[in-house]
Design a protein around this ligand. Structure first.
Ligand SMILES: Nc1ncnc2c1ncn2[C@@H]1O[C@H](COP(=O)(O)OP(=O)(O)OP(=O)(O)O)[C@@H](O)[C@H]1O
Ligand SMILES: O=P(O)(O)OC[C@@]1(O)O[C@H](CO)[C@@H](O)[C@@H]1O
Length: 300
């Protein structure tokens, strides 16, 4: 079974405003509420591709109920831990001449709640897949991803991590099967802006020396680069299309990569499916459907 963990799920409030003006009353052209959070997005796209997973993490309050309800409508199984106080966050995604986001803090997660997550993690079995994705609320210890991976290190579990900065760096020693920084996040890890493919590949290989197995570097409209565990590299431009909502494009890419790899055991196929899924989501109002993904795969 595939398990996704989202520490800080959200309702994504996606608003389109023509020529947004700061400090004034703006009226929306369209608005939409979607369940969000990186692991949750991975679960939704996997489901769209016909692959079952269980979405785990913490939810609270009426927003938490809504996240769970909407996931169920999408046909996704979930096993969230319900926190008694506070509420799951609402993340605002403002689409205007430029795209801006305001991501909330989320509820406070206490020690007893965390222990419930550890208990669920301890039930994972050989052959399972674990996706850890997204930021952690600031009430949690910075080494929480490490603590989780430490609990499963003796089991043969395929681990995918989509996180930034120290959260990502500190888990490399557990040899995650896949990490997916975007080019800016990769640069951030090395304290510089990466200008060329060569620099990106060099930094990705540096992360391999620290333990990562496969590194998928997404570059939005520029496509992606994959550095396989063998050291072989692949690069592909993104398919062309009209961008409607790129929220979750990276998570869709992770889902597509996993789906492709699990179906074919082949990195090139995983890479193609990943790019198609990322771009199909960017070209859709919601996350990518299977039909859209298959159609884009023809172009890659
Ligand atoms: N403007 C675009 N045009 C075509 N494809 C895109 C575009 N933006 C994203 N994609 C596709 O989605 C993939 C992932 O996008 P991106 O690099 O923006 O991920 P990300 O930064 O992790 O995104 P997010 O945090 O919003 O999920 C890209 O590699 C590409 O295949
Ligand atoms: O605050 P985090 O956890 O870094 O990111 C949360 C988030 O921006 O990521 C998803 C897109 O990748 C959205 O659904 C969600 O709102």
């Amino acid at each position: 079974m595939i398990y996704t963990v989202t520490f800080n799920p959200s309702l994504d409030y996606i608003v389109k405003v023509d020529s947004f003006r700061l400090g004034e009353v703006n009226r929306t052209r369209s608005e939409k509420i979607l369940p969000g959070g990186k692991g949750i997005n991975v679960s939704i796209v996997l489901k769209n591709l016909g692959i079952e997973s269980v979405a785990m993490g913490f939810i609270a309050g009426f927003t938490g109920n809504e996240i769970q309800k909407r996931l169920k409508i999408f046909g996704c199984e979930s096993d969230f831990i319900r926190i008694q106080n506070g509420m799951s966050r609402i993340n605002v995604k403002l689409k205007s001449d430029e795209e801006s986001e305001i991501n909330g803090q989320g509820p406070r997660i206490g020690g007893a709640d965390l222990q419930k997550l550890f208990d669920r993690i301890d039930r994972l079995r050989e052959g399972d897949v674990l996706v850890l994705a997204g930021s952690i609320p600031n009430t949690l210890p910075e080494d929480i991803y490490e603590k989780i991976l430490d609990r499963i290190k003796a089991k043969n579990i395929l681990v995918v991590v989509d996180a930034t900065r120290d959260l990502l760096l500190n888990v490399l020693k557990y040899h995650p099967f896949l990490i997916k920084p975007n080019n800016h996040e990769l640069g951030e890890l090395f304290g510089r802006k990466l200008q060329s493919d060569e620099e990106i590949i060099q930094c990705a290989k540096e992360l391999q020396t620290k333990g990562a197995r496969n590194i998928l570097v997404s570059m939005a409209g520029e496509g992606a680069i994959l550095v396989e565990e063998s050291g072989r590299t692949h690069k592909s431009p993104a398919p062309k299309g009209v961008v409607r909502n790129s929220v979750g494009a990276g998570d869709s890419m992770v889902a597509g990569f996993l789906a492709g790899y699990l179906a074919h055991g082949d990195y090139q196929e995983a890479f193609r499916t990943g790019i198609a899924a990322g771009s199909a989501s960017a070209f859709s109002e919601e996350l990518a459907s299977k039909e859209d993904i298959l159609a884009l795969m023809m172009q890659i």
